[in-house]
Design a protein around this ligand. Structure first.
Ligand SMILES: [Zn+2]
Length: 501
């Protein structure tokens, strides 16, 4: 008997047991509860059988500091299965919150996103990632009996690119009447520094993730991935998504990667390869800044267009890849600092890919944070290390008002406290979004595959859903999904880590 036959036989036996129980109880008045017993018995049998699956042998999960750490290892199908199984409940929960947001903002139904995933994205996904995505579905179903299929999971993996890049492009193509206003997001504050800028002369990299609190409170996974092919890598991430997606990661070949998005980016190539696939592939396979750039450019679809901030700890070199669709530019240096807060700077990228963006408006969130990065990094030239980077991620200096006030213009974003919102991203006044977690590392830590991470606002402040919703009924539609986002401590994670005793 092979493994799967044994598993099937075990399930059958327990189902028969459940049926017998139900049969015995069906004459009694409590037949509904007998049905519940049968359902529970079948679910337990399914979980037991799935837990014994040989594919789970090298995988593990534990929780620390508000994060869920998962170790995935093996061939693509097995890693997918481990991912789907170990994070099944988090995936179902995140899928509900994310898909609700995608439908709400675009005024499109879920079938629309499934179709886009199936017809447009799937055919261009590399075979190994198709297998991994299929594996996620199998692991998820084995654990919870989920009804989600691979089209759901692919559309969900593209949650940063379908609603805010593809849909506005499509609305324009089809001249959709009364199309909702959709703008590409402005996610994150980040920098990478090297040479005379850092305390030890080696690379320091830091990033905080800006998004809705609805999604951000769920962005709490640390993935330690040992793939059969490519390099080992450690990244933060989202349950059910194969890329980091807010993009903070290091790999065993020396590459350090993060990004911030390009505000008011416009454009999409339906024949291109999904960004979540390119970003995942680049972190897994690139061993140099050039290799990283080539993988991101190959099949560029314009989705989730970013300023990529890169470091190569083998050479001490850092780089910024401003990746538009029509234009792109790469800057690199062995002595400097490159910061990001959602602004493009190459004149050609600005003109061709983000024509609405105003680099001169000092009041906007991207430009005010750009000014703050400039002064903060200059003040600390030669002193920058991971501890200082952690502080910078929680900074509340508003350069437009010349005062301390946590709002949409501070490196640690609190847009829920701003009567202005961020019009460039269509975030209305008091939008429940901002910095949702932070990460930092340096070349020494990256060599040992270590990084620091803090869940929640990097300043340590808490977001509480109930009083927020009471004060802002305009966001009532988020009520089923919006949860408290309490800050955890800065916590160190490393590849191959075992849970604390
Ligand atoms: Zn803060």
């Amino acid at each position: 008997m092979n493994d799967s036959m044994r598993r099937a036989a075990a399930i059958l036996l327990v189902i028969l047991g459940g049926v017998a129980l139900w049969w015995a109880g069906s004459g009694a008045p409590a037949s509904a509860s007998a049905n519940d017993v049968m359902a529970a018995t079948i679910a337990a049998a399914r979980e037991r059988a799935a837990a014994n699956d040989a594919r789970l042998k090298s995988a593990s999960r534990f929780e620390e500091g508000g994060w869920i750490y998962v170790h995935l290892e093996g061939d693509p199908g097995a890693m997918g299965y481990q991912h789907g199984y170990l994070l099944a409940r988090e995936i179902e929960d995140a899928f509900a919150a994310v898909s609700a947001g995608m439908m709400h903002s675009t005024e499109r139904d879920w079938a629309f996103f499934r179709k886009a995933a199936h017809e447009m994205l799937w055919p261009k996904i590399d075979a190994e990632y198709q297998q991994e995505l299929q594996g996620i579905v199998e692991g998820l179903r084995a654990r919870t009996g989920s009804k989600l299929d691979v089209d759901d999971i692919v559309a969900f993996n593209a949650f940063e690119e379908l609603p805010d890049y593809y849909v506005p492009w499509l609305n324009k193509q089809q001249k959709t009447a009364k199309a909702p206003s959709l703008k590409s997001p402005g996610n994150c504050s980040a920098f990478v520094a090297t040479g005379s800028w850092t305390k030890d002369g080696l690379i320091v990299m830091a990033h905080n993730n800006w998004t809705s609190y609805r999604n951000g409170e769920r962005w709490r996974i640390v993935f330690d991935i040992a793939p059969k092919n490519g390099h080992r890598f450690l990244m933060d991430g989202f349950p059910g998504v194969i890329a980091s997606d807010d993009d903070f990661g290091i790999n065993s070949d020396g590459l350090m990667v993060t990004e911030t998005t390009i505000t008011q980016f416009e454009g999409w190539d339906p024949n291109g390869k999904a960004e979540f696939v390119r970003a995942r592939k680049a972190l897994q396979y690139a061993g140099s800044i050039d290799e990283y750039t080539n993988i991101m450019l190959e099949g560029n679809n314009g989705g989730y267009a970013n300023d990529w901030l890169l470091g190569d700890r083998k050479t001490g070199e850092i780089a910024q890849l401003e990746l538009g669709l029509k234009a792109h530019k790469l800057w690199r240096t062995k002595d400097g600092v490159l910061a990001g807060s959602n602004w493009a700077r190459d004149p050609k990228v600005l003109k061709e890919d983000a024509p609405q963006f105003d680099p001169a408006n000092k009041e906007s969130s991207p430009n005010a944070r750009r000014a703050r990065w400039d002064e903060l990094l200059k003040e600390n030239r030669g002193k920058i290390d991971v501890a200082l980077a952690e502080k910078m991620l929680g900074d509340h200096r508003d350069t437009a008002q010349h005062q301390e006030e946590a709002n949409e213009r501070t490196l640690c974003g609190h847009v829920d406290g701003s009567p202005r919102g961020v019009k460039e991203w269509d975030w209305q006044p008091y939008y429940p979004g901002g910095a949702v977690q932070g990460k930092a590392t340096d070349a020494t830590m990256a060599k040992e595959m270590r990084m620091m991470a803090r869940m929640g606002h990097p300043c340590g402040g808490d977001f509480l859903a109930k009083p927020f919703l009471a004060a802002h009924p305009e966001y009532a539609w988020e009520e089923p999904y919006l949860r408290d986002m309490k800050a955890g401590p800065w916590t160190e994670f490393r590849s191959g880590q075992a849970p604390k005793e």
